[in-house]
Design a protein around this ligand. Structure first.
Ligand SMILES: Cc1cc2nc3c(=O)[nH]c(=O)nc-3n(C[C@H](O)[C@H](O)[C@H](O)COP(=O)(O)OP(=O)(O)OC[C@H]3O[C@@H](n4cnc5c(N)ncnc54)[C@H](O)[C@@H]3O)c2cc1C
Length: 497
């Protein structure tokens, strides 16, 4: 207990020296902005605050808190499976990104929130605290302004067995786990009749991009099946994107089971097979070969899974599907901190899905000192529809949140957020993509051109100039090497007749 108290004291001292926990002289201290979550919403808000011009006494102290040590550019997680990008390119460390800024980063998990702004603290900035945040380490952070940007997490507990046997694909850790599973299966399985079977649950963007990427990676060594409750893939996507995706999936022989929902997932009861794999995993040589020596769970790698599919449409028959790997891409739940128990009468206003409701200036309704953006927030457009949970929305909201914080701290009017839909993009493999820009009706760019355009669009959205330059150089070098390699193989083919 004493150790914990001392630890808290040391950590408290670390932040205290930054003036982020307690204020000694209220009038002399700069405003304290605490940003929870360093994704598209949180990190880009912090960088926007850093880029603005502040009167000296008003420049805020910015603390960014995230449970992870890395920012993750989620739309490019698929490229980790195709080997197109390296981990550092799409998941740089916060400490590296923020090294030349005044933003403080703290790696910790957010636990409890105790807002005070509903008590009528619309008083002049600097006159009191907006509330406190308790972190899992026990640290208490006092803030004047809070930004909630904790995103959302996958929801797997919807059908029996999904949480135990299916893998989500939402974080860097998820992507690395899927990659490791695929590597283990690739080492073990080969040849006709022994293909790697991958089932992807859900055919929204994420399911389709995963199915396209994995089917391209496995080629004839694998059979990818994608299951959707609707009778089409990507039902909300622009028709052009959907058509291109359908074409690519069918050229890669992805099996589509449309109009089905997954009733449950379980381990195969095939005793012989379990015995075979158990025996192999007990053999030290086989374990070494299968990757157990590198820390992979051999039994996990080889277990066969059974999916029971129930028709969601008339005229379809129930199906049983066998898979070596099940990927779950359906559903998510917003991440928000719990409130201190005595705050319950002043809970944050939430939608039925659990997102924090904001007004159009992106402040949580009833909480003038709390801004919320990205997947864990809900802002309705003029038709009353909640904006989609996408990086595009979070990225644009970060710009406004930064600006509106500046305005609030400097007693200027806040701007209403207006979402500008720039279009939709999807990756379909190493050299394939579909892009439907919103400004040219009916246009869909596909194939290598679409792929290059998507990569460029993401390159310019990577955080910080320094990181963008490093990644740009790395991609240029890789594409030069790829071009030389493909020229070499063409020449070899031509010369060998
Ligand atoms: C595989 C994949 C592909 C995608 N592709 C696209 C795409 O092509 N286009 C598009 O527009 N959108 C895409 N999205 C959606 C997009 O990534 C999200 O909408 C966007 O990341 C939301 O931003 P955010 O800041 O709200 O949340 P996130 O970017 O998820 O950031 C939330 C941060 O909060 C941290 N956090 C969460 N809980 C805690 C806690 N308790 N304590 C401390 N830290 C915490 C997390 O570590 C994370 O860093 C994709 C998503 C995924 C998963």
């Amino acid at each position: 207990m004493e150790v914990l108290r001392r630890y808290r004291k040391v950590r408290r001292h670390q932040l205290d020296t930054l003036g982020l926990i307690r204020r000694r002289n209220l009038s002399l201290q700069r405003p304290r902005v605490c940003i929870l979550g360093g994704g598209f919403g949180g990190l880009y808000t912090a960088l926007r605050l850093e880029s603005l011009v502040w009167p000296d006494s008003k420049k805020p102290q910015v603390l960014l808190v995230d449970q992870s040590e890395r920012f993750v550019f989620k739309p490019m997680l698929y490229e980790l499976l195709s080997g197109e990008v390296e981990e550092w390119e799409i998941a740089p460390r916060f400490t590296d990104l923020l090294a030349s800024t005044g933003i403080q980063f703290f790696q910790d998990r957010v636990k409890l929130l105790h807002p005070l702004d509903h008590l009528g603290i619309n008083a002049p900035p600097g006159s009191g605290s907006g509330g406190t945040v308790q972190l899992e380490s026990g640290l208490l952070v006092e803030y004047d302004w809070l930004v909630l940007a904790l995103g959302a997490e996958p929801k797997l507990d919807v059908v029996p067995g999904a949480a135990e046997y299916a893998l989500p694909f939402s974080t860097l850790e998820d992507a690395l786990k899927v990659d490791n599973k695929l590597k283990a299966l690739e080492r073990r399985k080969f040849g006709k009749g022994s293909e790697i079977r991958v089932a992807v649950v859900g055919c929204g963007y994420s399911g389709v991009e995963l199915a396209a990427t994995i089917s391209e990676r496995l080629q004839e060594r694998g059979i990818v099946t994608a299951i959707n409750v609707e009778t089409t893939i990507c039902p909300t996507a622009p028709p052009g994107n959907r058509e291109v995706a359908m074409k690519v999936l069918s050229s890669r022989k992805v099996q589509l089971l449309l109009g089905y929902f997954v009733r449950n997932i379980r381990k195969s009861r095939d005793a012989e097979e379990s015995f075979y794999f158990r025996r192999n995993s007990e053999d030290p040589e086989m374990r070494k070969e299968s990757g157990t020596a590198k820390g992979f769970e051999a039994e996990d790698d080889v277990e066969k899974l059974i999916l029971e599919l129930q028709p969601a449409q008339r005229g379809l028959q129930s199906q049983i599907l066998e898979a070596d790997l099940v990927l779950w891409t359906v559903g998510s739940k917003p991440s928000l901190p719990d409130l201190e128990p005595w705050d319950t009468p002043h809970e944050l206003p939430l939608t039925a899905r659990g997102q924090a409701e904001t007004d159009e200036t992106l402040r949580v309704k009833g909480h003038p000192r709390i801004f919320a953006l990205g997947d864990s927030s809900a802002l309705r457009d003029s038709d009353g529809k909640i904006l989609p949970a996408t990086a595009q929305v979070a990225f644009q909201q970060a710009d406004f949140t930064g600006w509106n914080l500046w305005a609030a701290i400097n007693d200027r009017p806040l701007l209403p957020f207006r979402f500008q839909n720039l279009g939709e993009m999807m990756t379909l493999g190493r050299n394939d993509a579909a892009i439907s820009p919103s400004f040219i009706d009916g246009l869909t760019v596909e194939g290598p051109v679409g792929h290059a355009a998507r990569k460029f669009a993401y390159l310019i959205r990577l955080p910080t100039d320094e990181h963008r330059i490093k990644v740009g150089m790395s991609w240029l070098a890789k594409s030069a090497i790829d071009s030389v390699a493909s020229l070499q193989s063409t020449l070899t083919r031509v010369l060998s007749g």
